[in-house]
Each structure stands twice: as structure tokens, then as C-alpha cells.
Design a protein around this ligand. Structure first.
Ligand code: NAD
Length: 249
């Protein structure tokens, strides 16, 4: 593996698990110094040790605390996310607000904190881990779908403002990835659809996938790693589906 991110500083939110951890490992392999921002202290420290980086233990849904931040990073990965599956008429408003604070407001505040440093260096990469649900809706996920659609808009505005300063901003839109977040969803979907948990992946999650398997976290991470390189300087404002064809249908 070439050390094409040597000398770069990366911040990965939610980097202690799943897709974020795979991204942190990929950036470290390519030579970047990685900071893991996560609310799970033990997992954040373990991940930081694994990638030879640093841990920032933080609850990113506490957006007021992020208003005065200044972040000296070259690569910002907005990845931390949660999911709650329920019909709209039963959807708890506080959970809706929590999901939007974590998955829209916090990315805005972190980008806002990082851009002055990226502009000063004339180089930066903002990588937003959106979702296939940022491009296409599904029932019972009103907070998640609306937050991911908002993240798509945020990413494009960052691309437009950052372009003249050497800063790119893109979304990656994975289909279902086997992580703790999806394990929780399997239980919720089984309850809502009245089917056994063991049938959810095949009967709910993969019915419209062309490839008929879940995405691996490493597949998302390898695209994130490439987006962070100099070679990807012309790719900005894009939304890159990695969903086995789910959004193509
Ligand atoms: P995960 O549950 O494995 O990891 C999420 C991480 O975020 C955890 O380490 C958790 O501690 C951290 N986190 C959660 N709330 C936080 C908070 N308030 N403050 C700080 N850290 C917090 O999840 P994942 O599946 O790897 O998901 C990562 C991202 O990928 C999310 O944005 C998710 O929407 C997106 N995504 C996931 C899938 C999938 O199928 N798993 C598909 C498309 C998109």
C-alpha cells in the first residue's frame, strides 16, 4: 500500500465501530494520523491504539459544545450515526431531534470548524458517510432518511464553497453494511414486519439489491481512502452509491 496520505491528519466521527473504524484503519494504512471521535470511550481508545492515532471521547449529539471548535484536520469524515425504525405516527419527536443533531447539525459544525484550516493550506477533504437512504426513501425511517437527505445538501454546498480553496466534499451512499447499527435494525424490522430476525436480510434488506449481499465496511473504507487522495481532486459534490444497485432500480 502506498503511503499516499502521509502527513495528513484525519478525523473520523464514530470511528470506534463499523464503517468508521474501517475508514480509520484505511487512512492509517495509507499513512495519515487518525483521530477517532466517538462517545464510546473504551472502544474509541481501543480503536485509536489499533490505528496508532488519538481518541477524542465526545457526544456529538451535544451540538452546543461544538460551536466554538477549531479543528486542525486535513480530512474530515462525518460518519457517526444512529438509526431508529418506527412508523411516523409513533415516532418519538426527541429521537427525531437527536438524529438530526448528530447526523446534520454536528457535521455542519465540524465542517465549519475545519474549513478555515483547510482553506489556509489550500487542501482539504470532507467525506460524508451518507446512505442509500440519502438518495431514496424507505418507510419507518423518517428521521434517518430526512437527516441523510439534508447531509447530501450540506455536502454539495461545502463542495461549491470549498472548490476554489482546494477542498472537496463528497457523500458515500452505502447500502446495508453488516455493523452493530444494522444488527439493531434487523431486530426492529423483524418486529415491524412480523417475520423472524433470520429472514430480515433476505426478505427485506436484499430484495432490491442486484448483488444480493450486504456491503463490507472495508469496501466503503477503500472508497473513502481514495477520495482522500490527491488523485480524487476533481471529484467533488458527488454522491457515490455503493449499494449493490439498490438506488439504480
Ligand atoms: P456503528 O453503530 O457500527 O458505529 C457508529 C459509531 O458511532 C459507534 O462507534 C458509536 O459509538 C458512534 N456514535 C453514535 N452516536 C454517537 C454520538 N452521539 N457521539 C459520538 N459518537 C457516536 O454504525 P455503522 O453502521 O458503522 O454506521 C456508520 C455510518 O454509516 C452512519 O452514519 C450510518 O448512517 C451509515 N450507514 C450505515 C449503513 C449500514 O448498513 N450499517 C448503511 C448506510 C450508511
Amino acid at each position: 500500500m502506498t503511503q499516499d496520505l502521509e502527513g495528513r491528519r484525519a478525523l473520523v466521527t464514530g470511528g470506534a465501530s463499523g464503517i468508521g473504524l474501517a475508514c480509520a484503519e484505511e487512512f492509517a494504512r495509507r499513512g495519515a494520523h487518525v483521530t477517532i471521535a466517538d462517545r464510546n470511550a473504551d472502544a474509541a481508545h481501543a480503536a485509536a491504539e489499533r490505528v496508532g492515532g488519538s481518541a477524542w471521547v465526545v457526544d456529538l449529539s451535544d451540538t452546543a459544545a461544538q460551536e466554538g471548535l477549531s479543528l486542525e484536520v486535513d480530512i474530515l469524515v462525518n460518519n457517526a450515526g444512529i438509526q431508529k425504525v418506527a412508523p411516523i405516527h409513533e415516532y418519538d419527536p426527541e429521537t427525531f431531534r437527536l438524529i438530526h443533531r448528530l447526523m446534520v447539525e454536528s457535521p455542519f459544525l465540524l465542517v465549519r470548524a475545519a474549513l478555515p484550516h483547510m482553506y489556509a493550506r489550500g487542501w482539504g477533504r470532507v467525506i460524508n458517510i451518507s446512505s442509500a437512504h440519502g438518495l431514496r426513501a424507505s418507510p419507518f425511517k423518517v428521521a434517518y432518511v430526512s437527516a441523510k437527505h439534508a447531509l447530501e445538501g450540506l455536502s454539495k454546498v461545502v463542495a461549491l464553497e470549498g472548490g476554489p480553496h482546494g477542498v472537496t466534499s463528497n457523500c458515500i451512499n452505502p447500502g446495508y453494511v453488516r455493523t452493530p447499527l444494522v444488527e439493531q435494525q434487523i431486530a426492529d424490522q423483524a418486529r415491524i414486519h412480523g417475520i423472524p430476525e433470520g429472514e430480515v436480510v433476505e426478505k427485506i434488506m436484499l430484495t432490491e439489491s442486484a448483488v444480493k449481499r450486504l456491503v463490507a465496511p472495508e469496501e466503503v473504507a477503500s472508497l473513502a481512502g481514495w477520495l482522500a487522495t490527491d488523485a480524487a481532486g476533481m471529484m467533488t459534490g458527488a454522491s457515490l452509491a455503493m449499494d449493490g444497485g439498490w438506488t439504480a432500480r
